[in-house]
Structures are given as structure tokens and as C-alpha cells.
Design a protein around this ligand. Structure first.
Ligand SMILES: [Zn+2]
Length: 270
């Protein structure tokens, strides 16, 4: 991914998405916000002990950096389910400026310009979607549970069924999150993944201690290609949040004493 700076704000973008001028997207870092302590500085998590004034100010700062309207932020949730919502104008502000009107939603899709689809992360995997033909954007929160439940695949299925997308047109970006280098799990978690019969080899490493390192990026890549997304249309950032917890929030690296980052994607208003 590419690093971008806007004043003090550091954020990441996929060049594969940036080539399309009718959308804007980004993934935040710790840099450029107003929060203190272990929320330093760009905490975009709504359910933390950080003050909501700080969090809202951080949203204003980050949205200014991306040139999107903070009032039109629509938040996904962190329920580790695989439910997807087709977001419309009436959802603008949900989760940040007004209460949620939906539950159990970890994936957001829209074809309406101006809405800022937003999901939050601190090790879980952000997956960005765009169809440049049908002009549909999406973002999914794919923690390990959501990855087992194939939320990335559900996003693709909904883009096809609800928006008429051709799966071959869809591009996907797998953003900063915990890498195989740091995602060690026990046998129970490992066996949840083995239900995904298309995984093949290369998505895990069995260790001498009886535990497993799992490559969530590879698993999600396999889910996307299983649904027909073309391999050349998928980008993996390769940035591990746990290894880079000085600039990115990592739940595992800090044992939960951390803020939250956000991924955003929006169709520009004409
Ligand atoms: Zn790592």
C-alpha cells in the first residue's frame, strides 16, 4: 500500500483503487489525531473509554484528510458475523452521529455517492471492494471468525445479486491487519478453518508447540477466488498491525490496551 500524509495524518491507500478517480478510500494509522494515552493519537473506536469528543474530532480530521463528508460516515459493527447491509442515504451518520438502525452488520455496500462506508479495526482484516463498471463500493470487517464465516465471499455474492456486478469486474484490497507472522492460534481455532474446503496448502504453519500460525490474508484470498474474483484483481497489503504497533493499533501486541483504526471507502459526489 501507499503511505499518504496530510498534515500530521498518516494513512494508507491501494494504488489499484486510487487509479479510479470516482472513488476515495483510505486506512488510518495512529498518526494525526488528538487522543492521548494508549489511544495515541488517531483513535476511531466508538466503544472505548476515550472521550467521544476526541473520537469525533479524530473522525473530522481523518475525513478532512480523505476529502469526504464526516456527516455521511456510516459505521459497520464488530459483531464477527457475516451479515452485509446495502447502505442508503437514510443510514448517513449511523453509529457516529446517530444510533445504529441495524444490528450484526460487519459488511457495508453502496452505489450511492457521498456515503462514507466505514469499518474499524485493530488486527482484524479490512477488505475493500470496488466494481468500476457498476460503481459499487464496499468494506468488510473480517476478523478470524468473520473470515471463517466467509464475509468476504458474502460481499462478492451480494455485489452480484443485489447490484448486478460481474464478478470479473470486482477489485478487492486486503488491508493492514495481523499477519501470519503474529497470528498464532490453538487447535480449536485451526480446525474451524478446515471447514473451508477450497483452501489448499500454504495458509497455515503447524508449530512444534502444537499451535498453528494462520495466514488470514491467504484464507481471504482463497475465499475471494472461490467466488470468482480474478487473482489479478486482489491486492494484499502485507502490512502486519502487530509487527508495526508503533504506527498501527494492534489488539494482540498491546493486550487490548489500544485505540482503533478505520477503513473508509466512498463514491465521490459529482
Ligand atoms: Zn507480524
Amino acid at each position: 500500500m501507499q503511505q499518504n500524509f496530510d498534515n500530521e495524518v498518516l494513512y494508507y491507500t491501494f494504488p489499484e483503487f486510487e487509479q479510479y478517480e470516482d472513488i476515495v478510500h483510505g486506512f488510518s494509522s495512529r498518526e494525526g489525531g488528538v487522543s492521548g494515552g494508549f489511544y495515541r493519537t488517531m483513535n476511531l473506536g466508538i466503544n472505548t473509554e476515550d472521550s467521544m469528543d476526541n473520537v469525533k474530532e479524530n473522525y473530522r480530521i481523518f475525513c478532512d484528510a480523505l476529502h469526504v463528508d464526516v456527516n455521511k460516515v456510516v459505521l459497520g459493527q464488530l459483531t464477527h458475523e457475516a451479515n452485509v447491509r446495502n447502505v442508503t442515504a437514510e443510514d448517513a451518520g449511523c453509529g457516529l452521529w446517530k444510533p445504529f438502525t441495524y444490528e450484526g452488520i460487519d459488511g457495508l455496500l453502496t452505489n450511492e455517492p457521498g456515503l462514507v462506508l466505514t469499518a474499524t479495526f485493530a488486527d482484524c482484516v479490512p477488505v475493500f471492494f470496488y466494481d468500476p463498471v457498476k460503481k459499487v463500493v464496499g468494506i468488510a470487517h473480517s476478523g478470524w471468525r468473520g473470515t471463517v464465516k466467509e464475509i468476504a465471499g458474502k460481499m462478492v455474492e451480494r455485489m452480484v445479486s443485489d447490484y448486478g456486478c460481474d464478478v470479473k469486474d470486482i477489485i478487492a484490497g486486503i488491508g493492514p491487519s495481523i499477519g501470519m507472522c503474529c497470528f498464532e492460534v490453538d487447535e480449536d481455532v485451526f480446525y474451524d478453518f478446515t471447514d473451508l474446503l477450497y483452501l489448499g496448502d500454504g495458509w497455515y504453519f503447524e508449530k512444534d508447540n502444537g499451535r498453528y500460525d494462520i495466514d488470514l490474508w491467504r484464507v481471504i484470498w482463497c475465499t475471494l477466488t472461490d467466488r470468482g474474483v480474478l487473482p489479478e484483481n486482489i491486492t494484499i497489503s502485507g502490512i502486519c498491525t502487530c509487527c508495526n504497533h508503533d504506527v498501527l493499533f494492534s489488539h494482540r501486541a498491546t493486550k487490548g490496551r489500544r485505540g482503533t483504526m478505520a477503513g473508509m471507502i466512498s463514491i465521490k459526489e459529482k
